[in-house]
Write a protein that binds this ligand. Structure first.
Ligand code: ATP
Length: 549
């Protein structure tokens, strides 16, 4: 991962935000090549999901034909949107800090269990006191082993004494433990007990004030997802664009979350971009559409070059599902910063039922005592958060029925996808240089559709008319809308290596023969094969090899 991060900075893919001022945690900037790459990711998504979708023919695995349209909605929305969507009430986490390790944890992610070791004690933070019974904690995947290791460490015992630990109660999570008992807790990675602060609540939505003279009463939130802009415009789209069920509304745009621990390069940022589809269908057809979108979105990453052994489609267990969801699957990638066998989410595909449209119509929904979704009420019997009161139902004029459509939501992150494509592309190999000596080569094997630079043009030498001829070829490629680089600096092998390192699929060299017979060589980044083609065929050859972009 360090090599990838270094390459991203060195070659201008991704920079730390505000780096000259020491950086701003959780924010990233894309350099010239990163901008092209991320634009290609976004464009490929929009092209494949919306622009190139043929609404007159049902794709092979789809339950029927369907339509796709796009919207672009604003970053700030009416505060009531977040109350009805559930973000206002639910989008917060309880956090604790450890004074010893300076780490921050989500309370519900810390596993804990009480333990003693006959006759031994553990030091307590800030006092001379020792404790004969402590609560050890872990955030590790393999928490059983980790809890044992931490207990032995806390009591200063070697591994062979593990069976003399006296455990009390079952493994639990720290959110179930009374704050009064925190003095006995040995935080993850800490050596003393009682180093955790009292839990504090963090709202993940970013607040801003509207109006130059605004006060806290005018607070609004930067959207934490693009989806709500689609739901609140559902009726506008139906009324204005003649779409008929089933259809999808798509949006690409920035979202903001006050992530508590931004980490793993761009994977968890506070400002990021999403590519979301809300697909509306008849309730009785929703199970088939859920399956279609789950498989379709998984295949999309494979088609763009992600290898199947690093990409999984993971169905959520029932207890993992959001309270409204009938089914959710995550598309996950084995990022190199994760441990062996671990995967990080690229995209979630959720069956959301009619939760969103109904909440915006009637008021925020929650499960009632019978387990049904119903408008959540205050003690006085009034809705906790009022809906818009607008009719968001759909009239199916063939079935002559009025109902609330169900929604399937494939929600992808543009930055996480871009990072996965970068990680996937990174390869090192050995190639002979001009003198036949083996040299280490770094090559970014981007899918040609995603490659930030499609072709590079080199005059072999800086004279004999070659730069002029190269400029002509370069100009023709640019005029065809292809992102290209021109390089006349250094030995040809070095120029190839510079392009390999940024993943340019094709390099075109103008040499002595070009001046005789008007042909050039075109070299393929992956096969390293060089072929001679006529100058006038260069644009057609490159675009043909790139395929549809
Ligand atoms: P996580 O569990 O990793 O926090 P999530 O389940 O909250 O993610 P969703 O709300 O489903 O994420 O958002 C949809 C997609 O948006 C994610 O699959 C991811 O690609 C992207 N995304 C969400 N949060 C972030 C973030 N902090 N930084 C970058 N991308 C993000």
């Amino acid at each position: 991962m360090e090599k990838i991060v270094a390459l991203c900075k060195r070659r201008g893919f991704i920079f730390q935000n505000s780096e000259i001022y020491g950086g701003q945690n959780g924010f990233w900037d894309y350099g010239p090549l990163g901008t092209e790459l991320k634009r290609n990711v976004r464009d490929s998504w929009y092209h494949d999901m919306v622009a190139a979708h043929n609404e007159l023919v049902a794709p092979e695995s789809a339950p029927s034909k369907y339509q796709m349209v796009g919207v672009e909605t604003s970053l700030i929305m009416h505060p009531q949107v977040w109350k009805c969507s559930g973000h206002y009430d639910l989008f917060h986490d309880m956090m604790v800090d450890c004074r010893e390790t300076k780490s921050r944890f989500r309370l519900d992610q810390i596993r804990c269990r009480t333990v003693r070791f006959e006759g031994e004690t553990v030091k307590q933070d800030g006092t001379e006191a020792t404790l004969d019974r402590v609560m050890v904690t872990s955030t590790a995947e393999d928490f059983e082993q980790d809890l044992t290791d931490q207990a032995l460490k806390a009591f200063g015992k070697k591994k062979k004494y593990a069976d003399r630990l006296q455990w009390e109660g079952d493994v639990s999570t720290l959110d179930k433990v009374d704050v009064e008992q925190f003095a006995n807790v040995v935080a993850p990675g800490a050596t003393k007990a009682g180093t955790l602060t009292a839990p504090r609540e963090f709202n993940l939505m970013m607040k801003t004030i509207i109006g130059a003279l605004g006060t806290d009463d005018d607070a609004a939130f930067l959207r934490p997802e693009t989806a709500q802009g689609i739901f609140v415009n559902f009726k506008n789209v139906v009324d204005s664009s003649r779409v008929k069920l089933p259809f999808g509304i798509c949006q690409v745009g920035k979202s903001f979350r006050n992530e508590i621990t931004p980490r793993n390069f761009t994977f968890r940022s506070r400002e990021f971009e999403q590519m979301e589809i809300e697909f509306f269908c008849r309730p009785d057809e929703s199970a088939g559409w859920y399956k279609y979108w789950r498989d379709r979105r998984y295949q999309w990453y494979l088609d763009l070059g992600v290898s199947q052994d690093r990409l999984i489609l993971r169905d959520h267990h029932a207890e993992e599902l959001a309270h409204y969801s009938v089914g959710t699957a995550d598309i996950e990638y084995a990022f190199p910063f994760l441990d062996e066998g671990e995967f990080g989410e690229l995209e979630g595909v959720a069956h959301r039922g009619d939760f969103d449209l109904r909440s915006h119509m009637e008021g925020k929904l929650a499960r009632n005592a019978d387990g049904d979704l119903a408008v959540e009420l205050n003690d006085d019997g009034k809705p906790k958060h009022r809906g818009s009161g607008k009719d968001l139902t759909y009239f199916d004029d063939q079935a002559k029925e009025r109902f609330l459509p169900h929604v399937i939501e494939p929600s992808a992150g543009a930055d996480r996808a871009t990072l996965a494509f970068i990680c996937e592309a990174y390869h090192e190999d050995q190639q002979p240089d001009e003198k036949g000596k083996m040299q280490e080569r770094v090559v970014m094997q981007f899918h040609p559709r995603l490659a930030p630079v499609k072709a590079a043009v080199f005059p072999l030498i800086k004279k004999e008319g070659m730069p002029e001829k190269a400029a002509e070829v370069f100009g023709a490629l640019k005029a065809a809308g292809l992102s290209c680089q021109y390089d006349q600096q250094g030995a040809i092998g070095r120029r190839y290596r510079r392009q390999d390192e940024i993943g340019t699929p094709y390099c075109i060299t103008i040499d002595g023969d070009t001046m005789q017979d008007d042909t050039v060589t075109i070299r393929d980044r992956d096969s390293l094969e060089q072929t001679r083609i006529s100058v006038q065929d260069v644009v057609a050859e490159v675009t043909g090899r790139l395929g549809s972009v």
